[in-house]
Ligand binder design. Structure first.
Ligand code: GLC
Length: 533
C-alpha cells in the first residue's frame, strides 16, 4: 500500500464477497449453513482474492424474509451459532485480512420483535407505542409506492391488539420503525455500538431511503432521512473511525448521490441504475446504456465510492429503468414465466447468460472493470444456477456447491433436513458445477475469477481512478481510461458477440505483460486491460 493511503479508505480498494450464511456451509449437519461452516470456508474466500465478506442477517428471526425480519438485534439465531461463534468468525476473517460487513436493518423489524409486541399493547401516544407508525385509516401516505408488488397490496396492516393500522414498506410482517421518535434513534445507535464494538468493519444500511414518512410525499429520500444519516455517520466517525457505511438506496443517480452527502453520510452506495444497464448493453452489444447512465451520474465526494454489482440475493431489480427498458429486459431475460418477481427478475447470473461462459465472463469483466468497488455474489464465481420452483427469491439462495458428494458438500446432514435442495439439474447441478471440479480445471470460471481479481488488485487505479471515456468508433466497444496519480489503465470491452476493432494506446496487457499498441481486434465479448508504457 502507498504510504500516503489513508487506512480508513479501505473500502476503495475492496473486493466484496456476499454470503448468506444459511446457504454457504453447514458445520453441524442440521441442514442450515452456520458460522462454523463459514469459518471453515474462509480460506476459500480469501483465496478468491476478495478483501471483504458481507454476511446477510444472522439475528434471531422467524425467517419470513430470510432474516431481514429481525426479532432480536442483540443475538445470533441459534441455527447459525451463537455470539461466541460470531466473534470467532470476526477474528478468523481478520486473521486472513478480510474485512467484515454486517447488516443494519433499521427501517423495519419483524412483528415478532419485542419492540413491536410492546408497542401494540402500549397506550396510544406513549413512546413504546410510537416505536412504530400507526394510523386509524389505511388511507394515509397514498403517494408511497408498494415495493413487494407480488405479495402486498397496501403499505398498511391492521393490528387487532393495537386497534390500529401499522405502516410497512415491505412485507406486512415487517412494521416500519418510527424515526420521529427519538427513542428509536437511541435504540438504533445502541445496536450499532453493540456490533461495532465487536470489530465489525462495515454496515450495510438496508432499505435506507424509507426511514421517514411525511404527508404529501412518496416517503423516499426525505430531508429528515438524510439528516438522520448525517447524525449516524458523525456517531460512527467519532466512536468507530474507519467503519464503512454502505447504503442500499435503490434510486436514480441524482437521488442516489445524495446518500454520500458532502462526504458526511454513507461512504458507499450501490449503483442500482447501472446494474440493469450492464445486462442491456450485453444484450444489445452496445455501450450506450452504460455510458449514458454513467454520464448522467453526478460526481461524488472524494471519500465516496460506488458499489458495483451484477447480481445479489434479491431479484434483478428493474425499478431504475424506463417502462420501455423494463419491457426489453423482461422480454430478453425473463422468458420463463416464473422468472419475474416484484419489479424484477429472480435469476442468477449464469442462467441469465444462457450459461454461455463467454457471456458470464463478459458480465464479470464489467463488474471488475467499472470504477468503484465490486460485489461478487456467492456461487457466481462457479456459475451456479437457480431454482425457479422455490418461492420468492429463495431460488437464488440455494446451497453452495462445493463438490459432487451428497448435498453438494454443503452439509453432512440428511438431505431431507436441508433448508433448500441443492441445484441438481443436468446443466447447473452440483455433480458437474462445483468448487472442487473447478479448482482442478485450469480453464474453469473459478480460476478465471481468481485471476481477474488478482490482476485487478495489483492496480489501485480501479478503485481510485478518475474515469475518462474514450469513444471507440465501434459502439460495441466500451473504452475508458482510469487514472490515479502517476498510474493509469485503459479498459476496452467488446460487448458484442462479434469481432470489433479498437485503437489501443501503447502499453502492456495487464494479464500477459505483452506489449500492445494501435489498432487491435477484440474478439466477441473479449476485453483488455492495458497499463501505460
Ligand atoms: C432489502 C433486502 C431484501 C429484503 C428487503 C426487506 O431490500 O436486500 O432482501 O427483502 O430489504 O427487508
Amino acid at each position: 500500500m502507498h504510504p500516503m493511503v489513508n487506512p480508513h479508505d479501505w473500502y476503495k480498494d475492496a473486493v466484496f464477497y456476499e454470503v448468506p450464511i444459511r446457504s454457504f456451509c453447514d458445520g453441524n449437519g442440521d441442514g442450515f449453513g452456520d458460522f462454523d461452516g463459514l469459518i471453515s470456508k474462509l480460506d476459500y474466500i480469501a483465496d478468491l482474492g476478495v478483501t471483504a465478506v458481507w454476511v446477510l442477517p444472522f439475528y434471531p428471526s422467524p425467517l419470513r424474509d430470510d432474516g431481514y425480519d429481525i426479532a432480536d438485534y442483540h443475538s445470533v439465531d441459534s441455527r447459525y451459532g451463537d455470539m461466541k461463534d460470531f466473534r470467532r468468525f470476526v477474528t478468523e476473517a481478520h486473521r486472513r485480512n478480510l474485512k467484515v460487513v454486517t447488516e443494519l436493518v433499521i427501517n423495519h423489524t419483524s412483528v415478532d420483535n419485542a419492540w413491536f409486541q410492546r408497542a401494540r399493547m402500549a397506550p396510544k401516544g406513549s413512546s413504546e407505542r410510537d416505536f412504530y407508525v400507526w394510523s386509524d385509516t389505511a388511507e394515509r401516505f397514498p403517494e408511497a409506492r408498494i415495493i413487494f408488488t407480488f405479495t402486498e397490496d397496501s403499505n398498511w396492516a391492521w393490528d387487532e391488539a393495537a386497534g390500529a393500522f401499522y405502516w410497512h414498506r415491505f412485507f406486512s410482517h415487517q412494521p416500519d420503525l418510527n424515526y420521529d421518535n427519538p427513542a428509536v434513534h437511541a435504540a438504533v445507535f445502541e445496536i450499532l455500538d453493540y456490533w461495532l464494538s465487536m470489530g465489525v468493519d462495515g454496515l450495510r444500511l438496508d432499505a435506507v431511503p424509507y426511514l421517514y414518512v411525511r404527508e404529501g410525499t412518496n416517503g423516499e429520500n426525505l430531508p429528515e432521512t438524510h439528516a438522520f444519516l448525517k447524525k449516524l455517520r458523525a456517531h460512527v466517525d467519532e466512536h468507530f473511525p474507519g467503519t464503512m457505511l454502505l447504503a442500499e438506496a435503490n434510486q436514480w443517480p441524482e437521488d442516489a448521490v445524495v446518500y454520500f452527502g458532502e462526504g458526511d453520510e454513507s461512504h458507499m452506495n450501490y449503483h442500482f441504475p447501472l446494474m440493469p444497464r450492464l445486462f442491456m448493453a450485453a444484450a444489445l452489444g452496445d455501450r450506450n446504456p452504460i455510458q449514458e447512465i454513467l454520464a448522467r451520474t453526478p460526481a461524488i465526494p472524494d471519500s465516496a465510492q460506488w458499489g458495483i454489482f451484477v447480481r445479489n440475493h434479491d431479484e434483478l431489480t428493474l425499478e431504475m429503468v424506463t417502462d420501455e427498458e423494463r419491457a426489453f429486459m423482461l422480454k430478453t431475460y425473463a422468458r420463463d414465466p416464473r422468472a419475474p418477481m416484484n419489479v424484477g427478475i429472480r435469476r442468477r447470473l449464469a442462467p441469465l447468460m444462457d450459461n454461455d461462459p463467454r457471456k458470464i465472463r463478459l458480465m464479470l469483466s464489467l463488474l471488475f472493470s467499472l470504477p468503484g468497488s465490486p460485489f461478487l455474489y456467492y456461487g457466481d464465481e462457479i456459475g451456479m444456477g437457480d431454482d425457479l420452483d422455490l418461492p420468492d427469491r429463495d431460488g437464488v439462495r440455494t446451497p453452495m456447491q462445493w463438490d459432487a458428494s451428497e448435498n453438494a458438500g454443503f452439509s453432512t446432514g440428511p438431505s431431507s433436513a436441508l433448508y433448500a435442495p441443492p441445484i441438481s439439474d443436468s446443466t447447473y447441478g452440483y455433480s458437474s458445477v462445483n468448487v472442487a471440479a473447478q479448482e482442478a480445471d485450469p480453464g474453469s470460471l473459478l480460476n478465471w475469477v481468481r485471476e481477474i481479481i488478482a490482476v485487478r488488485s495489483r492496480h489501485d487505479v480501479f478503485g481510485r481512478g478518475i474515469v475518462e471515456w474514450l469513444d471507440a468508433a465501434d459502439s460495441a466497444v466500451l473504452a475508458f481510461r482510469l487514472s490515479h496519480g502517476e498510474t493509469s489503465i485503459l479498459v476496452a470491452i467488446n460487448l458484442a458477440d462479434r469481432a470489433a476493432e479498437c485503437n489501443l494506446p501503447a502499453g502492456f496487457d495487464a494479464f500477459t505483460g505483452a506489449p500492445v499498441a494501435g489498432p487491435t481486434v477484440l474478439e466477441g465479448y473479449e476485453f483488455r486491460w492495458v497499463t501505460a508504457r
